[in-house]
Design a protein. Structure first.
Length: 245
């Protein structure tokens, strides 16, 4: 396996052709490679190429969860979602950009059953063990999106800047369809570079887990009040971070 370390965004995008896979903190990707769920001949390390750090309401995609959780300028919902995401060691490595794109914890998908997300014609969880699976948006696939920060950012009304466009975080995700089983709208080789937060009046993140800490959410709830409007979003409740109407 080849490891490339581009210095710029343009170099990183060019390196991501021909089936290469982007590597941020590696907390999600490395286990997927180990279990052969994801296979790649080339890894493109983004540490030098992707922005990192917090400047005003702009967050570089390479910023770690550990850095976000201790910054008092970050809204409470996002700080708490980062703090509750994983152990301190994983939070020190995992990046916010990678966390938004982490793979489902669905055991059927991870055991490589021929499920809907793997291109099959059925969701095994709907007929089998589905205690920790989706209860919204599960018509075709009952996998649950595991990201706590994604739900917080969705409630906050964050925007995403990639190397090609700017979009609302809600537009980054989509439910899988027969034509496209992916749960994001990113094109091949497209990189998340920055997140932009609005001015937030107040926010909170709460999480129910099987144990007291460092477990994936049975359900996570983020609420934020922005410009007089309150938005509520869920983690672990749908194949994508889910905004309640």
């Amino acid at each position: 396996m080849e490891l490339q370390r581009p210095e710029t965004v343009d170099e990183a995008v060019a390196a991501l052709g021909n089936g290469a896979v982007a590597l941020g903190g590696g907390t999600d990707l490395v286990p997927l490679l180990r279990d052969r769920i994801v296979q790649a001949d080339t890894l493109v390390e983004l540490r030098r190429a992707v922005p990192r750090g917090i400047e005003g309401r702009t967050i570089g995609a390479g910023t770690t969860l550990g850095e976000l959780e201790v910054d008092p300028a970050i809204p409470e919902a996002l700080r708490e979602a980062c703090r509750l995401s994983a152990s301190p060691q994983l939070r020190a490595m995992g990046t916010i950009g990678g966390n938004l794109l982490q793979a489902t914890r669905c055991w059927y998908w991870r055991l490589k059953f021929p499920c809907y997300l793997h291109g099959g014609d059925r969701c095994h969880a709907k007929e089998g063990q589905h205690r920790e699976h989706a209860f919204f948006g599960n018509e075709r696939c009952a996998s649950a999106h595991p990201s706590d920060p994604a739900a917080a950012l969705l409630a906050l009304g964050a925007r995403v800047r990639t190397d090609r466009r700017e979009l609302a975080l809600a537009e980054l995700y989509r439910l899988p369809t027969d034509d496209d089983r992916d749960v994001t709208t990113l094109a091949g080789g497209e990189l998340i570079l920055e997140l932009e937060l609005p001015e937030v009046e107040s926010s909170v993140y709460l999480k129910a887990m099987d144990r007291q800490r460092w477990a994936f959410a049975l359900v996570g709830v983020a609420a934020a009040r922005v410009r007089g409007v309150t938005r509520i979003a869920l983690a672990g409740a749908a194949p994508v971070p889910w905004l309640l109407d």
